[in-house]
Design a binder for this molecule. Structure first.
Ligand code: KG4
Ligand code: ZN
Length: 334
């Protein structure tokens, strides 16, 4: 049987990315052009600037991916692209590039959900075994997703307010750390003491939903009150205390959901999967269980197109195709 070669595109937020994936699990090329430097001075992603950068970068990134893989567009069996969720102006750049290539070269087009992509990043590490539970933690999402087979997603828990990464970035801003703040808080936390009492939102008993805005506000209040009293708070202690609160809730709920649903694997996905504390605590939590924990390497945790190609391979096998009327869908459901 002939190899399946997918050219994948991802432009949902602030990375312009293209990848070439062989048979769903082998990376032939993985190119990511990050815009972080352009958004830093605004303390977050500016949608208009993101779209403009995608337009400038997309062709370069696509050509680079084909060159890295040592192939031409003629060797491609399908074009995959992130349909949503994300910033609409950013999504549209990728979607239109994908449609243009599919139309001009008469190649099948496959649309992918961004979160499905994050989950499928794990397939480069380990073949999936069902049922499995994915903990998706990124700048825009905090979800527990139960999968009973390829391409089927049941969201059993999600955040009711801030996403984890968003909470990290907002707390980092209070501590005058640069954007994105997650990695800075993570690093500070390793040096600090868990000495400040902060809340944990467990919500209703048996709920797998999350809430992080209360914790974020508690951090802001702690800083504010200390300033008024002229007391000094060590940023590393605040970071360590905040991080412990976040991880405690994430790990406890993930373990409970994994047991209740008798899953074979737990997959970690999304940008916050880079968090050292989270990785360590999850490893501890599943060490003495018969549940296998899978964590992708850092470069596959943050936004990239390789993961979109991996998820697209499953869609393609199921016979799913997108039409040339494909649109970017900012609020796409999993
Ligand atoms: O998945 P991602 O690259 O983009 C989205 O789809 O949102 O995730 C980016 C988020 C940012 O909020 C960033 O601060 C956070 O992931 N992040 C981290 C770490 N590295 C990245 N948060 C905590 N600890 C880290 N080490
Ligand atoms: Zn993402």
């Amino acid at each position: 049987k002939k190899d399946e070669i997918i050219l994948a595109i991802e432009t949902s937020c602030d990375e312009t990315a293209a990848a070439v994936i062989k048979n769903g699990r082998e990376i032939l090329a993985n190119v990511v052009a990050s815009q972080i430097e352009s958004h830093k001075r605004f303390g977050g992603v500016v949608p208009e600037i993101a779209s403009r950068h995608h337009v400038e970068q997309i062709t370069i990134v696509l050509e680079e991916a084909l060159a890295q893989a040592g192939i031409t567009i003629k060797d491609i069996d399908a074009i995959a692209v992130t349909e949503g969720p994300g910033l609409v102006g950013a999504l549209l750049v990728g979607v239109n590039a994908a449609k243009a290539l599919a139309f001009a070269h008469n190649i099948p087009l496959v649309s992918v959900h961004h979160i499905a992509g994050h989950i499928y990043a794990n397939r480069f590490v380990k073949e999936m075994e069902f049922p499995l539970l994915a903990l998706v933690v990124s700048g825009g999402h905090t979800e527990l997703v139960l999968m009973k087979e390829h391409g089927s997603y049941e969201v059993i828990g999600e955040t009711r307010d801030d996403a984890v990464g968003e909470a990290y970035d907002k707390v980092a801003r209070q501590l005058n750390l640069p954007y994105p703040g997650g990695p800075h808080i993570d690093r500070l936390a390793q040096k600090g003491q868990v000495s400040i009492e902060l809340p944990r939102a467990w919500l209703e008993k048996d709920s797998y939903d999350f809430s992080f805005s209360g914790l974020k506000s508690a951090v802001i209040n702690t800083l504010h009150n200390a300033k008024q009293r002229g007391e000094e708070i060590k940023p590393e202690d605040l970071a360590a205390s905040f991080q412990e609160s976040v991880i405690d809730v994430l790990v406890t709920k993930t373990k409970q959901a994994a047991k209740e649903n008798r899953v074979k694997q737990v997959l970690l996905a999304g940008g916050v999967a880079a968090n050292k504390g989270l990785r360590t605590e999850l490893e501890k939590a599943f060490k003495d269980t018969d549940i296998e924990l899978v964590i992708p390497p850092l470069y596959l945790c943050t936004d990239n197109a390789a993961m979109i190609g991996a998820a697209a391979s499953i869609e393609l096998a199921k016979g799913k195709r997108a039409g040339l009327d494909l649109n970017g869908t900012p609020g796409l459901n999993l």
